[in-house]
Ligand binder design. Sequence first.
Ligand SMILES: [Cu+2]
Length: 482
Amino acid sequence: MASARVLSAQEMGMSHGMPGMKMKGKRQPERGHTSPLPVETPDVVQLPWRMEGNVKEFHLTAEPVKQEIFPGRVVDLWGYNGSAPGPTIQVNQGERVRIIVDNHLPEATSMHWHGFEVPNEMDGAPGSSQDPIPPGGRFVYEFTLHQEGTYFYHSHMAMQEMMGMIGAFILHPKEPYKPRADKDFAIIMQEYAILPNIKVPNSMNMEFNWLTFNGKSGPANTPIIVRHGERVRIRLINLGMDHHPIHLHGHQFVVTGTEGGRQPQSAWGPGNTVLVGVAQSRDVEFVASNLGDWMLHCHLPHHMMNQMSSMVGPMSRRNGMPAGLDMERGMGMLRQGSATSEENGPSLGRGLGVGSTAEQTVANSPLKAGDPMQHQDMPDMPGMQHQGMQMGKPEVSKDANSVPGFPQDAFMEGPMMAMDQMVDKPENFGLRPGWSGFMAGMMTFVRVLPPDKYDQIMELRKKQEGNKPMKMRMPGMEHKHE
Ligand SMILES: [Cu+2]
């Protein structure tokens, strides 16, 4: 499926359209009173625009995309302009914007501007404020934005939301926030249920095994790089089925904004964990006063894992317990019938709870003596360990198998999961060897670096940028759908 040519690169106004471009690889130039600090969305590109009179015009194409959420794990999602989440939109308070939305999905869609106080007919509520945009159709949204803060756009078809259809929409304030931040980042949280050897998320399912920050699961996501002493803002956006308690190591922060914009300073209580509920955004700010590589992650244990499922452990072990059920049913995925059918209805397909015919017996089983890690390869990627994973031996005591609770139902972190080289990039330079074995799901770093190390990484990044043709993905270009 290829996207139609909508606007050429030239027409999109390369020179004046990319707020995030200039800051890559070099220090921010001095900002005037009117130019806002661009927000960086690691691993997600910025959406270019062009001026049409006094209207800032953007173009989004809703379409199937291939997203590499983890090394070697390319999945079929639905997103915008080639990625899920879609590109980040940044505009200034008071601006008039036009967003042309083309639907290249095989079904109808509608675009909602989450939290915007715009005329009802621009709200994107399918069936009430507008007709859904049919496949192949287009809808042109236009409004003036008087708000400021961290917003997002998303499909208002619920099942499409579970396929990835969201993007960040930043409204920069007319008067810069005080105190001014030196660095500003945004992270979108998403979750997917994807069975091993399958590339399409199950949007019906209610248990999730791939958790992403900006479309990447740890350790594939790109750390946040800041210079020691800088004031940092991180905007957290959540659209999924779960709420995420996001925790930062080594620093206290204050919550300075919500999905409704800036909070009054009197409301800024200190903390280090902020619960970002579904459909919410939270801005946190802190002074990066503590040198080091600090984890920033969702604190739900199962959200700090990849390929998580209640059945992964037993299935990935040759000596596994005969659990009696399979991963599909363990995750509540339907293989036949609908969720409300007579067979599945009572337990909504889970095989658990009221009316289910089978109980899921997950328990730990002994690991093979001598080489407890022998069969711990990722069920999803057999042979993965031969392609660059380091596969170090974890430390396990001699009598480990006699200890109740060992092993846990799944080994999800540790030296055997390390893949430093596979996720090598400038932003990871200088991390402790083997670091990647302990980063999964919704986990990334805030790296607070001394000036020399910071400059070194920026230099590396600039070099890498120079080698790439163009990181920016333009609508209508670079689509590799099969
Ligand atoms: Cu979470």
